[in-house]
Design a protein around this ligand. Structure first.
Ligand SMILES: N[C@@H](CCC(=O)N[C@@H](CS)C(=O)NCC(=O)O)C(=O)O
Length: 123
């Protein structure tokens, strides 16, 4: 059952990726100076995600729309990013946004909360 649910999610995710690609969002435009400030600010932001997860696709679309350079980290495959998400973020659920701080990082789960945070900060 779990396998079929995963298959369904992967399949629908790939269809969404195609739709997302066909209907690209209109992108926020900034002056070169403003964009450079935003690029500076987004250096500490990382998106932990799965490639074909519908919630991740929605979040990546918002990042694209807001014209943000946010590094994406694959948390699907076993490895350093998945482990970090579980141990430091608190659980394996994607998308999850990591905001690196001088002392510690904060982690935002839930696609709607991530998009709200990015919209409020960068729109
Ligand atoms: N309500 C969450 C749902 C996120 C969710 O269900 N993510 C799935 C992937 S599509 C997940 O992380 N599952 C954990 C796993 O597969 O290990 C959101 O909107 O971000």
């Amino acid at each position: 059952m779990r396998f079929f649910l995963r298959l369904l999610r992967e399949g629908s995710g790939r269809v969404l990726i195609l739709i997302d690609w066909l209907f690209r969002p209109s992108i926020v435009k900034r002056s070169a100076e403003d964009q450079s400030m935003v690029d500076q600010e987004t250096k500490i932001i990382k998106l932990y995600q799965f490639y074909a997860c519908p919630f991740c696709i929605k979040t990546r679309r918002a990042i694209k729309r807001l014209n943000l350079k946010v590094e994406t980290r694959n948390a699907q495959a076993e490895g350093e990013f998945r482990k970090e998400l579980e141990l430091s973020g608190g659980k394996i659920m994607v998308p999850c946004l990591k905001l690196e701080g001088a002392v510690e990082a904060s982690w935002i789960y839930e696609s709607n909360d991530i998009i709200k945070y990015l919209d409020e900060r960068f729109q």
